[in-house]
Ligand binder design. Structure first.
Ligand code: G6P
Length: 498
């Protein structure tokens, strides 16, 4: 039987029984911002938030996250809580407030200037600062306090997300040995030599071994993690059962690739797609050219310069395509306080201008670079009108844009060009798989996308859609939470002590 939100809801109810479900992630699923005297609720450009919101809508519970919007405090109650989704509340968002220097050290500094480049092998040098590390540990402690307050004295399953919270599981385990703590690491885990340059690798590994269960997207990431532990810590690594025992506590390590809710993506599709396409084309100043689309946060792991270079190459190799297609790149501004991100954004603008100048023809320009965050409704319309979607990450844990594009193509048309260095490439083998570092290969794939016969598009798209319908986010959550539920059965609460 396939996984649906109803099945997940039932499974969670049965498996978790009395235990509360508390999700912890740095990024919140809904951000309140004040603009022109009005409060707007936005959904962030984050794979984690995109994947988990439908899970929480199905299961209920509490999501603990950093309150990062400038109007976040205006809508929370005296316990820092707000019910979400705002239009139809189904779960609770509990916001954690950070001081500016905490956000600087924990989020911008250690999470995104040390761990992010460390785990993505894209030749960006990590920056390790002991001040950032101190803030990172302190903020993990703040999250621990909020989680323990939400848990109360009863049983609970705490589901921790990603690299911002690597030392939180140990803190929770020390405070409440009865809690079931599960973590999913949404980015790659590099090999042990790479991870070994981190001055606090032991503390990070020890923190993660506070989990009962630790999930990664691929078997390779699990292997790398076990190998890193084997080299760096006193612990018993069991390669047969994929687990690590340290200080009497066992952590299981599992590959569980994340996904999306294809139904939810489809629910954003407009009733009249042709009309929506005309409106979007008009708004973006597009004529009736073929459209290739890229949608990313402006991040140096996403291979956006490589994509632009391939468009340039394509137009030299196939000058007949001038005037015939446009490459629309939606780039959501991201982590702009970090110099490497600001530089990339400037570099992309300069590169798009230069390529546009080189190939201009009348009013036509090949690249439309929109530095803006699009809400899901706009994104699905864009996916629907594209001849193809290009995901050219240099390294990516999964990449959910690839899956969203496929889910949006109810018409069975459209071609996905996908980097081999994404987790998604292991599942979406009917995409045109490419090495984004190889400009000729990427340019050829763009050409193939623009010229692929409709029948072949249909064949490939049908298989990819089937895969995503079956391997959806409810299956991902169901597998992790079922295992968590079994563990919860064996624990009895020992009362709060932090
Ligand atoms: C990646 C990370 C997420 C993060 C997202 C957006 O997908 O794995 O944890 O939320 O990027 O980045 P941001 O820094 O804006 O949360």
């Amino acid at each position: 039987m396939g996984w649906t939100k109803e099945r997940l809801e039932d499974t969670v109810r049965q498996q978790l029984g009395e235990a509360k479900l508390v999700v912890v992630a740095n990024r919140e699923p809904y951000i309140h911002v004040e603009q022109g005297g009005e409060i707007h609720c936005m959904r962030p450009a984050s794979g984690v938030a995109t994947a988990l919101d439908p899970v929480m809508r199905a299961c209920g519970g509490v999501w603990v996250a950093h309150g990062s919007g400038n109007a976040d405090r205006l809508v929370t109650d005296d316990q820092d809580r707000v019910a979400v989704p705002p239009e139809d509340p189904l779960y609770t968002l509990r916001r954690v407030w950070l001081w500016q220097e905490e956000e600087q050290g924990y989020y911008y500094g250690f999470s995104n200037e040390a761990l992010w480049p460390l785990c993505h092998m894209v030749y960006a040098r990590p920056r390790f600062s002991s001040d950032d590390w101190r803030q990172y540990v302190q903020v993990n402690g703040k999250f621990a306090e909020a989680v323990l307050a939400e848990v109360g004295a009863g049983p609970a399953v705490v589901f921790v997300q990603d690299y911002h919270l690597a030392v939180l599981p140990r803190m929770l385990r020390d405070a409440r040995s009865d809690l079931v703590v599960v973590q999913f690491w949404h980015i790659p885990w590099p090999n042990r030599e790479v991870f070994g340059v981190c001055p606090w690798q032991e503390e990070i590994l020890d923190g993660l071994l506070g989990n009962d269960l630790l999930g990664f997207h691929t078997q390779r990431h699990c292997n790398n993690f076990l190998d890193t532990v084997d080299r760096a810590l006193e612990a018993k690594v069991d390669w047969e059962h994929f687990s690590v025992t340290r200080g009497g506590h066992t952590t299981r390590v599992r590959p569980v690739p994340i996904s999306i809710d294809p139904e939810l993506v489809r629910s954003y599709l407009p009733a009249d797609t042709a009309h929506a396409e005309r409106r979007l084309r008009r708004r973006l100043g597009l004529r009736d050219e073929w459209i290739l689309v890229g949608v990313d946060r402006v991040d140096y792991t996403k291979g956006i310069p490589e994509r632009f270079a391939a468009v340039d190459r394509l137009l030299y190799q196939h000058p007949e395509l001038r005037g015939a297609f446009r490459f629309v790149q939606v780039g959501a501004p991201s982590r702009v306080a970090i110099p490497a991100y600001r530089r990339l954004s400037e570099e992309l603008e300069a590169s798009a201008n230069e390529i546009n100048r080189r190939h201009a023809q009348g009013g036509w320009r090949p690249i439309l670079f929109i530095k803006q965050h699009f809400e899901p409704e706009q994104l699905v319309s864009l996916y629907r009108m594209a001849a193809g979607c290009v995901v050219s990450s240099l390294h990516d844990g999964m990449n959910l844009v690839a899956k969203e594009f496929v889910a949006a193509r109810e018409d069975g048309q459209g071609v996905l060009v996908l980097s081999r260095f994404t987790g998604a490439a292991r599942e979406l083998t009917d995409a045109l798989l490419v090495n984004p570092y190889a400009t000729d290969e990427l340019a050829e794939a763009l050409y193939a996308a623009l010229t692929m016969p409709g029948e072949e598009q249909q064949r490939r798209m049908t298989r990819m859609r089937k895969r995503i319908d079956e391997h959806n986010v409810y299956r991902w959550a169901g597998r992790l939470l079922t295992e968590a539920g079994k563990l919860a059965d064996t624990r009895s609460p020992v009362g709060a002590s932090l």
